[in-house]
Design a protein around this ligand. Sequence first.
Ligand SMILES: [Zn+2]
Length: 311
Amino acid sequence: MGKIVYGIDVGGTSIKFGLFNSEGVRLITKFEKDTPKTNQQTSVLECIFNTIQETNQLYGYSELDIEGIGLAVPCPVKDGIVNSCANVKWENMNIKKELAAKFSNQVHVVVSNDANIAAYGENASLEIPFRNAIVITLGTGVGSGIILNGEILEGSTGMGGEIGHTHVYDGPIETCGCGAKGCLEQMCASKGMTNYALELSEEMSTSINLNQITIKDIFEAAKLGDKLCLKVVDRAAEYLGKAASVVALTIDPDAFIIGGGISKAGQYFLDKIKNAYQKYARFSTGNKPFLLAKTGNDAGIIGAAHYAIKK
Ligand SMILES: [Zn+2]
């Protein structure tokens, strides 16, 4: 049996585990556990350690077979250190050091932010990964991660690549979760889009059910020519394209990869984002490929496993 690697994605509700062959990062098994709710400062890493021991036993591996463990965490992290975390009660913790200390020396542990790890996973899953890529994940929020020279861009405090809170809108709007107003996330995540549909419905008619608006309905109706829905989709694409063009002039990436629930709208939405992008892009940044992400909900565990091996 060859060596193995664990890719683990910690969330406030559950912890996703993936066990992979380290060669080729091929999935052996994946499963989820509830995130421990009490004494999280110690219980979460204990749960991870115990689960790895149990899984090893179940599949006939020993600690010596583990080449690496990659951990995605739901907060900014720099060099494995988390100062504070909104979804898991961690404060001033060296997650990387504490988890590594539970294992023998040869087990290599890496820790990074979940959006960054997912971005890394999306890129690493491509047949030929890009050296420089910007991955944007659209869903209940706008997550993103930047791969620069093949590495995750953490920045100086772990906030690198957090483009969802770029300021893009000056009109009246409620306050964003980050405390500011007019963030990209407020315009392009699912709530921003459904809110805009409701706002427009005061003056326009639409074929969708306004009492139970879903993003899927909005895109389907837009594709069929519903003017209100088209306006909602175009506005989201416009702001995404604009924000992407700004980052492009800073990073000059090889490509953009778009993922998350909203990206299920597929090539239709991707083309709209790219068209908007090209309007704003300058110099050689105008001609960048836009790809749809492929790994879906497993991007976190896949990315964590890839990152553990790379490191
Ligand atoms: Zn914000």
